[in-house]
Design a protein around this ligand. Structure first.
Ligand SMILES: [Cu+2]
Length: 131
């Protein structure tokens, strides 16, 4: 091995030695999580509401929604997302969506469940993933 070849080889090995730990450290960043949320739409005679009213996730998370209707049929649609469920008492529904935005997106009832129907909304709040 000539001296020049040895220097080039050494420089190459050094850059690999630097690059590999950086790449490993990068992939060790917190991975996206699965957020499981059980949402209930309530019609209890006085109050129409979702529980919880706020779903929190971090950017990139997969949100798995288990949606149950209590007291009457209820809908669960998420603004701008391909999620549109209708559940009836005893017949829960499931949906999965990826939190690929930062900020709030409203979810709301799409089933005419009674006088409190218009009050039935909530928010999915997605925060930035830490660098
Ligand atoms: Cu409704």
């Amino acid at each position: 091995m000539s001296r020049v070849t040895a220097i080039v080889f050494a420089a190459g090995m050094t850059s690999i030695a630097v690059a590999v730990p950086v790449l490993v450290a990068r992939s060790a960043h917190p991975a996206a999580h699965r957020v499981d949320v059980s949402v209930q739409g309530f019609t209890d005679g006085k109050v129409w509401h979702f529980s919880p009213r706020t779903i929190r996730a971090t950017y990139g998370d997969t949100i798995h929604v288990h949606f149950e209707a209590v007291g009457a049929g209820h809908g669960f649609r998420v603004q701008g997302e391909n999620v549109d469920l209708t559940a009836y008492p005893g017949m829960p529904q499931e949906a999965t969506l990826v939190a690929d935005w930062v900020g709030g997106k409203e979810f709301y009832c799409t089933f005419d469940c009674g006088p409190g129907h218009a009050q039935m909304s909530g928010m999915i709040v997605v925060t930035r993933r830490a660098e």
